[in-house]
Every structure is written in structure tokens, then in C-alpha cells.
Design a binder for this molecule. Sequence first.
Ligand SMILES: C[C@@H]1N[C@@H](C(=O)NCc2ccccc2)[C@H](O)[C@@H]1O
Length: 448
Amino acid sequence: TIALKHGAHRIGNRTDADMARWRSLRFGQFIHWGLYAIPAGEWNGKTYNGAAEWIRSWKEMPHEAYDQLYKQFNPVNFNPQQWAAQAKAMGAKYMIITTKHHDGFCLWPSKYSKYTIAASPWKKDLLGPMIDAYNKAGIDVHLYFSIIDWNHPDYRASLKNAADSAAGKRFQVFVKNQLAELLQRYPTVKGFWFDGTWDDSWKNDGAFSDELEQYLQSLHPGLVMGSRLRADEKGARHFDSNGRLMGDYEQGWERKLPATIADVHGNDWEAVMTVPENQWGYHAKWMGHVKTVNEILEMLVKSVSLNGNFVLNFGPKADGTYRTEEQQLAAGIGEWMKVNGVAVYDGAYAGFEKQDWGYYIRKAGTDSVYMVVFNIPVSGSLRVKLPARTALTGVTMLQGNTALTPEWVGRNEYFIHLQNRQTASPVVILLKTEKGENKDKGNVEKAK
Ligand SMILES: C[C@@H]1N[C@@H](C(=O)NCc2ccccc2)[C@H](O)[C@@H]1O
């Protein structure tokens, strides 16, 4: 291994209570809200095909025009209690809010910037009421913070000369001050979700990102921060130059999921997902495929089955309301989660051989394993292969709490025959297991 001063400082996952809590929550809500919701992906009668929150970088959007938008930001229909109630009904257990996206506009009245909500017609802090409402609903809050800041005069994508380096130093002080300010103003937050850390100016100062992470941990012990913040002194990101994950969980899964357990390398990880193909902030015209409830449920269940968290993004409108599609999606997900969330919360990799019908999720630390079925075969028979020396002692269909009698086909293999092959939603079956060989305890039907 290479000697590193600013690489990973820990091998293996964090085992403390704050991280165990984050890991147990499994399902989060991302919220991208800011000035970009005003143009909403359109300008001068033209539609921006990129992500709505990146519209400032569109050649058709003059920087001066974008930089005046704050004078119009006045979310008169903002109702944080309603936002929190919607998230709670959906079954989200944590929420990540954009405090400041790449455009540099702050949703809180930062004393380190003029480009904040205080300068808008709304004037008032948006983060405080949101964090209070979500915490009252029993939902943890994490703060998204973009290192890239297109508004700040000292932001540099790369440092080409002494003047750049001086600006870069001033910018690092600004970042450190804003982050400390956020922790001081919102002491109940559980973590930071850093973004915009791919520019050379950041990548080439691994020491600063390391010191910053340690500084924030010293201010707020237990803080959960993903791998996107850090670079090591050789410019390696997420994984240091020895291939070890930096930060508390792998944070690279943006709009994509790992395929198998091998892809996660035993690390904690989190996937963040958009409802349309690639829109985080509010875009008036969603183009391409919009994910359905069942597609989102499959991503959530697949993530948990591979030991990860899944975060679904919402992009509120400039007036503070949600678009109908997002409201309907949240309600539909919540309906399934109300009955089946028990298979998601505290969920973990089961260690069973993956089958085509869907996913296994182990209730962490127990002998209970849930089968979440998305693809009922035409035979109606679900094959279950248990690990060696694992006996099956009970099978229950969650819907209706119905006991099932599997057919034992020898050694550790069973078939579960579903009577009804028609279902509009994923079917959840609870397997009770125990250590030991499978012998005919009369609880299973022997193959003919
Ligand atoms: C969570 C999302 N991250 C921001 C983004 O710029 N993603 C595009 C991107 C993703 C990975 C490497 C570079 C750039 C998007 O605007 C969202 O905030």
C-alpha cells in the first residue's frame, strides 16, 4: 500500500450508533429547491434539455439574468408541515435538503454571503422551519451542500497562478465558515451530503478536504458524511489511492444502482435517484421516462437487498408546492410502505442466492428474511435455496398474514407455490429460519 496522510482513516464500516441509525433508515427523500425552480427549465420561449438546476450554465441563459432571479423568489405556498407530512406518509425516514446548490444561492440567511434568502422578497430562513417540521414528523435531516459556487467571486475551478491560489484560500475559509454556521444554526441535523467536488481546485487539495471532514466531526460528533467530500493527496476521490473508501459511505451511486453485492465491496452506500431521467430541480417539462411507483419500489428494495440506502428526489416549484406527479408517486409508495415497510427498515443483505423472482432482505441481525417478489413466474412457483445449515421453520405471506406451506425439494431447496399469480404490487413473504439441517418437521410438504 501507498503511504497516505489524507486517505481513508478507517478500514471497514463505522459501527457507532449514529451510523447504525443512518443504516437502519434505508429510505430517504432528496429535495432540490432553489432559484432554478423559477425558470423551471425554460427561458425566452426555449426549453433547456439539461438538468433544471444547471440552467445557469446553458448558453441561452445570460448569467446576469439568472443572477437577478433571487429578486423574484417568494414561495408564498411553502408549507413545511405539509412537506413533512407527505414525506412521512411516503415512508421516508430521512430527508436531504439543498442548502446551497452550484449556483451559490443560500436557502438560509448566511452571514457569510449576500446571495441568500434574506435578499429575496421572502426574506425569512427556509431551512429552520423545514428541519423543525421534518424532525417533528420523526424524520432525520441531512444537509446537501455544493462546494462549487458559481456566485462566489473567489470560486476557482482550477488554480492557475498565485492570484487563483489566494482566491482559493479565501474560498476555503468561506466554505468552512458556512458549514460551521449551518451546524450552529441547525444542531439537530445528522449529516452533510457534499456535491460539486470534482473540480481540480478541490481534487488537488486532499489535505483541506481531510481537515474539513475532521473539523466538522469535531464540531458535531457522529455526523454522517459520504465519500464525495474527500480527495486524498494524490487527487483520488471516493476511494483513496489504496482503494479504501473515504468518508462514511459510498456516495457515487447517482441515478444508478449496483448490480450485485460484489459491486459494493462490503461498504455502506447510498443511491440517489430522480423521478424523470435527469431532473433534480423543478423542470416544467419532464422529458423521457417518468418512473412509476413499482419501478421506484424495485429500486428501493434492490438497494436494501444489497445493504444500501435509497433516496428519491423531489423538486418543489418556486411557489413551494409539489407537482402532481410527485404527490401521486409519494402517495403510491406510501401505500405499499404502510403494509410492507417492515421488510425495508433495518433491512440488510440476506446472504441467500439471488433468484429471478426478486430480492431477499434480512431483518438486520435476525433469522428473519423477507422475499420481495416482483416477477412471479408463469409456473407460480418461487424457488428458495437456503444457505447450508439453515433450516426453514416458517413461511408467511405478509398480505393477510397468511401461513404458506412450501414444497421441500430436498436438502436446502424449496418451492413456494403462489395460488394467485396476478398482483399489481410487489408481494412480500416472510421466511423464518434457524441454524441446522432441514429435516422433515412436518411443516413442509414433501415433493411427491
Ligand atoms: C445530486 C446531483 N448532483 C448534481 C450534478 O451535477 N450531478 C452531475 C454529476 C454527477 C457526477 C459527476 C459530475 C457531475 C445534480 O445537479 C444534483 O444535485
